[in-house]
Every structure is written in C-alpha cells, then in structure tokens.
Design a binder for this molecule. Structure first.
Ligand SMILES: NC(=O)c1ccc[n+]([C@@H]2O[C@H](COP(=O)([O-])OP(=O)(O)OC[C@H]3O[C@@H](n4cnc5c(N)ncnc54)[C@H](OP(=O)(O)O)[C@@H]3O)[C@@H](O)[C@H]2O)c1
Length: 255
C-alpha cells in the first residue's frame, strides 16, 4: 500500500521547480494531486501528463495565489473534483532583491501578497475541508535565518511563514491537523538560476560560479528539487504524525 493512497493533495505553484517535483512525488506515493499554476498552463499540463504516464491521477487548475477569491475557487474546484481534501502544500512564491532605499510599496505588495497572504489564505481555505489526519506544509526559506545583502523583503516574508506555522499549530492541532514549513536552501530551479548571483556579497560577484556556495553550504552544492520534495512527502505522511509547528531546514547545512 502506497503511503498516500486515497489522499487528495493540492500543491500550489506546481507547474515548475520545487512544486513540480513535490507534485510528482506525492503522486508516486499514491495521492491524487491538484497542480496549481498561474502563468504556465503548458508546463502544468506537462506535469499532469507525466503523472498520468506513471499511472497516477492529477488535474491542473489555474489560480493566482495573490488573489484571495482565486484561492477560494482553487480549493472549491479541487474538492468538487475529488470529493475530499487531505493535504495542502503551499509552495508558490516569488523572489525579490532590492536596497532599502529602492523598495517600493508595489514590491512589498507583490512579495507579501504571494509569500505571506497567499500562504495564509490558502491555508484558511484548505483547513475548512481538512479533517483529523490532514497535513499542511508551507514554504519558508533558509533566507529567514541567514543575512544576505538587499534581501530584506523576501527574507521577512519567509520569516513570517515560520511564525504562521508555529502559531497555527495549536489551533489546527485541536482538530488533529499538522502544519509545518519547509525551509529550502539554494535549490536548482528557475528562481535560483535568475537570482543566484545576488546571494553573494556584492564584492564577490565576479568569482567563478559556485565558489561562494562552496564556502557557505556544508554540502557545497545546490539541492535538486527532488531532495526538497522528499522532505515534504515525509511531512505530509503519517510518518510525521507527531511533527507540527516546525520549520524543517533542507539547506545542505548553510552557514
Ligand atoms: N529555489 C530556491 O533556491 C529556493 C530556496 C528557498 C525557498 N524557495 C521557495 O520555494 C518555492 C518554490 O521555488 P522555486 O525555486 O521552485 O520557484 P520557481 O522556479 O520560480 O517556480 C515558482 C512556481 O510558483 C508559481 N507561482 C509564482 N507565483 C504564483 C502565483 N501568484 N500564483 C500561483 N502560482 C505562482 C509558478 O507558477 P507559474 O509559472 O504558472 O506562474 C511556479 O510554478 C518558493 O516559495 C520559493 O520562495 C526556493
């Protein structure tokens, strides 16, 4: 019997990157998976096809996670289609780098509407349908704990996520639902490809690629998205039934 057999999961932002690998992994473990995407319909359909080719069940649903009404429609459509909801993985997120002087209210709105409000309201919408034994995983980041030049907005949004799971744990715990966060380190996705250079000290940006990573991550390399997906699959399984309110680091031992 597969670990997530008979379960239904929503994975936000699963058309690409870490979310895609989480969706694939949960499907391999037997879950029926809702692939949420915003701007990449073809990629989301590819994920559905790959899951189906491997004998799994999945469907793609468009919803912009920065919009509360669209979040509610996403969850309602998922429940309508599969008749239940057991697992939420809130993975959709956006990156930002900018000096203090340059941060505009629109930047704050763009980052916090997805990374904080989006994660809060998708949790609220999903929790209405979860019953005892349900599992929620939100996405924080190693950035919440490690200072990086000009990363204030993104880091603050990810620190908020860890505070959310900590404080939602008792409220959801009363109903037998666990809520945790994953805090990935640098992971090989489009997001990392576009932003990796900004993670280094400004004076060190001309060094050969990965030089700085070698001096800041114990494992001296980026994670592959599958390595993050494996941790999430554990957190949403009953093997993790006594873990709640935690932010679990999967960061290759960054310092
Ligand atoms: N990669 C890293 O090094 C790293 C490290 C720590 C934490 N994280 C976190 O891990 C999560 C995934 O990161 P990633 O590297 O896989 O990112 P990515 O490669 O940029 O992919 C982002 C995914 O999120 C979706 N998304 C973005 N905005 C959305 C919105 N408003 N509504 C719905 N979906 C939206 C995208 O969907 P569409 O393409 O369909 O728009 C895409 O599927 C994020 O929360 C990120 O902050 C990443």
């Amino acid at each position: 019997m597969k670990k997530l057999a008979k379960k239904v999961a929503i994975v936000t932002g699963s058309s690409r990157g870490i979310g895609k690998e989480i969706a694939m992994k949960l499907a391999q473990e037997g879950a029926r998976v809702v692939i949420n995407y915003n701007r990449s319909p073809e990629k989301a359909e590819e994920v559905v096809n790959q899951i189906q080719q491997q004998g799994g069940e999945a469907t793609a649903i468009q919803a912009d996670i920065s919009q509360v009404d669209q979040i509610q429609q996403l969850v309602e459509k998922a429940v309508e289609q599969y008749g239940q909801l057991d697992i939420l993985v809130s993975n959709a997120g956006v990156e930002h780098f900018g000096k203090l002087e340059e941060i505009a209210p629109q930047d704050f709105e763009r980052v916090f509407s997805v990374n904080v409000a989006g994660q809060l309201f998708v949790t609220q919408a999903a929790a209405r349908h979860l019953s005892s034994g349900g599992h929620i995983v939100l996405t924080s980041s190693v950035s919440a704990k490690i200072p990086v030049f000009y990363h204030t907005l993104y880091a603050a949004s990810k620190a908020a996520v860890s505070a959310m799971v900590l404080n939602l744990a008792p409220e959801l715990g009363e109903r037998g639902i666990t809520i945790n966060a994953i805090a990935p380190g640098g992971t090989a996705t489009d997001m990392a490809e576009e932003n990796a250079k900004f993670y280094t000290h400004p004076a060190l940006r001309d060094l050969p690629p990965n030089t700085v990573l070698k001096t800041t991550a114990s494992l001296q390399r980026l994670a592959q998205p599958k390595e993050i997906a494996a941790v999430v699959a554990f957190l949403v399984s009953d093997d993790a039934s006594y873990i709640t309110g935690s932010t679990l680091a999967a960061d290759g031992g960054m310092f």
